[in-house]
Ligand binder design. Structure first.
Ligand SMILES: Cc1cc2nc3c(=O)[nH]c(=O)nc-3n(C[C@H](O)[C@H](O)[C@H](O)COP(=O)(O)OP(=O)(O)OC[C@H]3O[C@@H](n4cnc5c(N)ncnc54)[C@H](O)[C@@H]3O)c2cc1C
Length: 545
């Protein structure tokens, strides 16, 4: 063990690792980049996080850089859970549900808690946390908070930010703060503090006040229904002068502070839903159905295309047997209504059926749980692409997650198909039709020079296209390293400058997940591109406890 690691090990209750295999293991996440860290830390408690963070800050003050990348399960697809200094891994010890108040529908959790375990516990109280990602089985709540995750229920319930009511955050220098909305009077009191927290409130309040109009203008600028890119500055300060730092930390990917605890709000869980499967052969029809359904507030409105189903039936012939038969329609939509009042659900279902019949659109509707699970397998079959290996080619998460204004959905799909054709790639799309937020992962071989070049060409073209349609580069997977170079284009130079200033206020020595979100150029990514791609760490290595 080197000197630094020994020093840290002596001072914290958790563990510190520097073994080559551990560093290699944590050199990748769910994305296409690789950076080998110097050491791994498994914090056991708040004090451990504070000590390590303070140590990193003091090192930086002396000109030595040992930054911190907080990490949940490392399923991030944009390279946000890797970094060159210390990887601070939460699922090992800080993984508990600390408190649940079912009546007030509030839970207090540690960041390393597995999302699925949390959700199962909530279901037994007739509650649930709606913005679960499709990676729910391995994702942690800390990762979900830091990424502002979203998923199939977001069309009705919104993203993670809606459900984080307060945070305990370790700041860059090791100080601890509790977040939540505080009044103008309290803001003035905080600004009077002589510590780093006081400095943050002074500087941030100044930045928000001085740039109020720019921030408000941009807040109403992007016409997308969900957005994980950038920092949501417009949500921090109220017109009444109150401030809440919570929305700023949510989605900040560990670049502004480290989440040590969170208070989450929950929704009543309705296991009895009605689910529609609709087969469509025309994109205009998809548009029309989405528009009609959105008026009835579905709890999910998901899409897969024929190319995905063709792929699944070839790669995994039994997976969809008896659920949907070839030849497949061009698109399948799944629409769910989860209204707790059954009479309302029935009313909506009747309305939908009447409309579909008028339009002569083929559909299946069911309230049966088992049948619904079978139909959901159509949407969840997208996992077959993600985990598939085609010779030396892998499905790479490089152009995915763009979200566009709902009225641009058809153009978005057409453009994606055009791009895949242009580059001679097999197309397949899936995602959240109700939010006009789609996923796709082209098969490429990272050992082939031509394919490595294609990665960057495709990124440029895809994210350029999304921006041209008035969209955002990330609906839910966040900027990470992958999409960070495009962030100035999503928001424009004025707003981007404010993001840079915000980062400086919270992280003056750049010790918190540097190289993520802010100040990243495409050329920085080239040397980090992996030569192989795998998600094996999500299935073959479990956290330490
Ligand atoms: C197959 C697959 C499907 C996916 N589907 C979805 C989806 O439907 N929706 C979606 O939104 N995402 C999805 N993702 C992306 C990812 O799984 C989610 O964002 C997930 O919530 C990340 O959780 P994690 O524990 O793996 O976090 P990690 O990958 O470990 O970390 C993610 C980010 O959070 C930061 N972080 C972690 N813990 C803390 C902490 N305590 N304090 C501060 N920062 C912290 C990390 O530094 C990093 O920036 C998918 C990924 C895969 C591989």
């Amino acid at each position: 063990m080197n000197k630094v690691a020994s020093y840290l090990q002596e001072h914290i209750a958790g563990e510190v690792l520097v073994a080559a295999d551990a560093r290699r293991y944590f050199s990748t996440d769910g994305g296409v980049f690789q950076i080998t860290p110097s050491l791994i830390v498994y914090p056991k408690n708040l004090q451990d996080i504070r000590k390590v963070t303070r140590f990193s800050w003091q090192m930086a003050e002396k000109g030595h850089r040992l930054p911190i990348t907080p990490r949940g399960r490392g399923s991030d697809q944009g390279g946000a859970a890797i970094g060159p200094g210390m990887i601070m891994v939460f699922p090992a010890h800080m993984n508990r549900l600390l408190e649940l108040d079912p009546k007030r529908r509030l839970a207090r959790i540690q960041p390393g808690m597995n999302f699925r375990a949390f959700q199962d516990a909530m279901h037994s109280h007739a509650l649930f946390l709606p913005p679960y990602p499709s990676s729910i089985d391995f994702a942690t709540l800390g990762g979900a908070i830091a990424n502002n995750t979203a998923g199939e229920k977001t069309v009705k319930y919104g993203a993670m930010r809606n459900y984080v009511k307060g945070l305990e955050v370790v700041l860059a220098n090791g100080e601890v703060i509790q977040t939540g909305r505080i009044s103008k009077k309290e803001v003035e009191q905080r600004k009077g503090l002589t510590n780093f927290e006081g400095e943050i409130y002074r500087q941030l309040d100044g930045l928000l006040t001085d740039n109020w109009e720019v921030i408000q203008k941009h807040a109403s600028g992007l016409q997308v229904s969900k957005n994980a890119a950038g920092y949501p500055l417009a949500m921090v300060k109220g017109k009444d002068g109150s401030i809440d730092l919570t929305p700023l930390f949510v989605g900040s990917q560990g670049t502004l502070g480290i989440v040590a605890e969170a208070i989450l709000s929950l929704e009543p869980y309705t296991p009895n839903t009605v689910l529609f499967k609709i087969n469509l052969d025309d994109l205009n029809q998809v548009d029309a159905v989405v528009k009609a359904f959105m008026q009835l507030q579905p709890s999910a409105l998901e899409i897969v295309d024929k190319h995905l189903l063709d792929f699944v039936s070839k790669a995994s012939p039994n997976q969809l047997k008896g659920v949907i038969d070839a030849p497949y329609p061009s698109f399948v939509l799944l629409a769910e209504f989860d209204d707790p009042k059954e009479s309302l659900q029935v009313k909506k279902a009747k309305k939908v059926e009447k409309w579909l019949k008028q339009q002569k659109i083929e559909y299946v509707a069911t309230q049966d749980f088992e049948d619904q699970q079978k139909l959901w397998a159509i949407r969840h079959s997208a996992a077959a692409v993600i985990w598939h290996v085609e010779g030396t080619k892998k499905a790479l998460p490089i152009i995915e997650d763009g979200v566009v204004p709902r009225e641009k959905f058809k153009e978005y799909v057409d453009s994606i198909y055009g791009m895949f054709k242009k580059y001679g790639l097999d197309e397949a799309i899936w995602g959240h039709a109700g939010d006009a937020n789609l996923h796709m992962q082209p098969f490429l071989d990272l050992n082939v020079v031509g394919d490595r070049q294609k990665v960057f060409k495709l990124m440029d073209e895809y994210y350029g296209m999304v921006l041209k349609l008035g969209g955002s580069t990330s609906g839910e997977h966040n900027d990470g390293r992958l999409r960070a170079p495009f962030l100035p284009k999503v928001y424009g130079p004025e707003m981007y400058q404010l993001f840079q200033d915000t980062k400086k206020i919270f992280d003056p020595h750049n010790t918190l997940n540097p190289g993520v979100k802010i100040d990243v150029q495409l050329k920085d990514l080239v040397p980090m591109l992996r030569y192989e791609y795998s998600l094996a760490h999500l299935s073959d290595h479990l956290p330490r406890t």
